[in-house]
Design a protein around this ligand. Sequence first.
Ligand SMILES: Cc1ncc(COP(=O)(O)O)c(C=O)c1O
Length: 387
Amino acid sequence: MAQNGGTIYLSPPHMGQLEQQYVAEAFATNWIAPLGPHVDAFERELAERVGVKSAVALSSGTAAIHLALRLIGVGAGDTVFCSALTFVASAAPILYQGATPVFIDSEPATWNMSPQALERALEEAARSGRLPKAVVVVNLYGQSADMDPIMDLCARYGVPIVEDAAESLGATYKGKASGTFGVYGIYSFNGNKIITTSGGGMLVTNDTKAAEKARFWATQARDPAPHYEHSEYGYNYRMSNVLAAIGRGQLSVLDDRVRARRRVFERYAAHFAGRPGIAFMPEAPFGSATRWLTALTIDPDVCGVDALQCVRELAQHRIEARPVWKPMQLQPLFRGYAYYPHSEGESVSEKLFASGLCLPSGSNLSEEEQDRVIEVLERCLNKVVIS
Ligand SMILES: Cc1ncc(COP(=O)(O)O)c(C=O)c1O
């Protein structure tokens, strides 16, 4: 949906019918904060939806990753493997825990964690007697990673998985909900996600005791006592009742939102697929992606224009597009940490960063707005090819 005078955003919020009703309920009962019945209901409904025993509503997806790592016992001196091609929030909590990240490249078929790179990294770690304490696997742009080989490898070495499904709520892998394969999974309800609470996240697990511990840490680790008693440190990480009210309304339209995003992708693909130099992020046959963002690569040698030039050109027409995530091993923050490419001499994440483009993909993007995006991108590609 165009906002603020015609700007087309990458992935704006899209409210449904029920959110205001639930929020009004929270106001009418003065159950604004800290927790409340909407939080409990949102946790229950999300857990049911994805098929897990427990869900913990939190202030962000980042908080959920942080709690998952602490539940696993990640601490100073540990290493944690993490997908390289992702948003910084997948990896930053490794630093919060004083641990050392090691980055694992993508594979071309899914753009997600490369099982062959993971295998090399685990073999080396086992040889040196420094197995990682956890592996953070990211499901990029709404598509699950190829979990079977990743889980087999992690099981072989006894390493737990944290599944960062911030971008993949509503996607499936072999018929099962994305985000439910790791010991812990996390979702994000940040403003740009497929459903949003304006800001928030969820930790999911089948370990109900661990979920209770996460709730305890997320509410400042208050020991049961009439006064304030603390024997551990915690965080202020819980979701408020008002935001959970929004989340419940949003969850009720999740399937519509997934369908709409897939439709947006299909219209882009119908227009540009097959064009020399353009390739869309593939959808692996093992599951159904949400196409949270439509992502494609542009080969500048063929198209005469690169992804960044397209981002700039689209911005001039008030259309927000973005390059693909800059891989973690290229971030100044993570300089010097180990990185395992897909194969020797082939860094898939770096190639995707150099050529990747994410197009406006909101579930409320109108066909007219999408036509505007297509037209500007089309002109951008043609202009430079001709000149
Ligand atoms: C892959 C990934 N992981 C983690 C996060 C963090 O989620 P949040 O913004 O809710 O903290 C995001 C998005 O923001 C993300 O895209």
